[in-house]
Write a protein that binds this ligand. Structure first.
Ligand code: BGC
Length: 439
């Protein structure tokens, strides 16, 4: 793939350029969570356990030092509900203090914190009650949001209630449908547990009642957060699939996309911002989703390498949510062992974002997934990180892509495609990171 070259788009003042992580994927030993329970029971379908992850529970100051030295001005991380409330109604003051220190630590380093309250994992007790399907789920989540407000305030401006509710509704069908929830150690399907590959997101029907429960929980948490500080900017983040209809399949695509993506965008029309998370496209034919085109390059997660998905997702989001709700890209990246490919992919993705911004879409930030190589829900093999992590010593080593993206943040410009206006004016070239490798 040849990265587009061009003059580069000057970013508006206050634009956030940084990277993202989630607690379970980097902290390690998230022992009170439902995912930990699933990973660690005998015969689990999960190929690899999270274990110590990147040990960011202890090494978050080093992670933040690196991000700020690289030139970034923002860091998205999540608070782990299972640590804050390991048993129902029992708040861990130590966990509250821990995450409060992270908020302060980010601000001290010039990193604007963008904080997610729920990133896929829930406390095990919540799952035992039925998870999002429990009649109390919105109230329980709102109580947690009340505690989270103590962590966020003062200092945090941008908070995401729930990460990818659309993926949660699909996972609910798959995991609970197969009797694989975390609520009992033995609840396996009669035929044994499926492999990760058999949990096919493409063919699963999202659970409509869980979707409504997630929307209720989002609204309840938003009300709690706004009551704590009306200036907090509250939103949620959606997994954008950049659906493309094959000729004649426009209606089939709209019907497929609505319960999987659009209802969650529609639910954000009253929000302060909307998080876009885009990695690849999904082609839809008259009979449903189509496989990756033959011969198309794919990533370590098996997804088609398709950087333009970002611009397409941002445009679709703005169309559905409306122009009054600003967009923040809260995830975009590529699972690859080839860091040059990461730079090429990200260059293309940023060019498609710049083009959407040129067309007037109000985009307030770009947070790359991911800051670190981390636990990709069942495996450490798909490496999304700008920074490599040694599995034994946890030493962090920024990759060239980290130095490159950080220098764009410093320059306040992102690449544009060959069609971008203006004359070339020397965007930073891709080169080795100029920060220390932390040991
Ligand atoms: C999730 C991340 C995940 C990433 C790559 C997003 O769906 O929010 O947790 O690691 O995609 O698969």
């Amino acid at each position: 793939m040849t990265p587009p070259t061009g003059p580069g788009l000057a970013l508006p003042d206050g634009f956030l350029l940084g990277a993202s992580t989630s607690a379970h994927q980097v902290e390690g030993n998230n022992v009170s969570s439902d995912w930990w329970a699933i990973e660690n029971r005998p015969g689990t379908f999960v190929a690899e356990r999270s274990g110590d992850a990147a040990d960011s529970l202890h090494r978050w100051p080093e992670d933040m030092d690196l991000l700020s030295e690289l030139g970034f001005n923002a860091y998205r991380f999540s608070i782990e509900w299972a640590r804050v409330e390991p048993e129902r109604g029992q708040v861990s003051r130590a966990a509250v203090a821990h995450y409060r220190a992270m908020v302060r630590g980010a601000l001290e380093r010039g990193l604007t914190p963008v904080v997610t309250l729920h990133h896929f994992t829930s406390p095990r007790w919540f799952s035992t009650l039925g998870g999002w399907a429990s009649p109390d789920s919105a109230d329980l989540f709102a109580s947690y949001a009340r505690v989270a407000a103590e962590i966020l305030l003062p200092g945090v401006r941008h908070v995401a209630t729930i990460n990818e509710p659309n993926m949660i509704a699909l996972m609910h069908t798959l995991i609970r449908g197969a009797g694989l929830a975390a609520d009992d150690g033995t609840g396996r399907s009669a035929g044994g547990e499926p492999t990760g590959a058999e949990l096919d997101l493409g063919s699963a029907e999202p659970d409509a009642s869980v979707a409504q429960a997630l929307i209720r929980a989002h609204r309840a948490a938003t009300a709690v957060l706004k009551a704590a500080d009306p200036t907090l900017q509250v939103g949620w983040t959606v997994a954008n699939q950049a659906y493309q209809a094959e000729p004649g399949a426009e209606e089939a695509m709209a019907a497929y996309a609505r319960p999987r993506e659009d209802i969650y965008l529609e639910a954000a029309r009253e929000d302060d911002w909307i998080g876009v998370q885009a990695y690849t496209r999904h082609r839809i034919g008259k009979d449903g989703p189509l496989p990756v085109p033959q011969g198309a390059p794919t990533t370590l997660t098996g997804w088609e390498v398709y950087p333009e998905a970002l611009g397409e997702a941002v445009r679709h989001t703005a169309d559905v949510v409306g122009p009054h709700v600003p967009v923040m890209v809260t995830e975009n990246g590529i699972a690859t062992a080839d860091d040059e490919q990461r730079i090429a992919y990200t260059t293309g993705a940023l060019a498609s974002l710049a083009s959407a911004m040129r067309d007037g879409i109000d985009v307030r930030g770009y947070l790359h997934w991911s800051a670190l190589d981390n636990y990709e829900w069942g495996s450490y093999r798909p490496t999304f990180g700008l920074i490599a992590v040694d599995a034994q010593t946890f030493a962090r080593t920024p990759k060239p892509s980290a130095g490159w993206l950080g220098s764009l943040a410093r320059a306040g410009r992102i690449p544009e495609g060959p069609d971008g206006p203006g004359a070339p004016d020397g965007l930073p070239a891709a080169g080795p990171a100029r920060v220390r490798s932390a040991g």
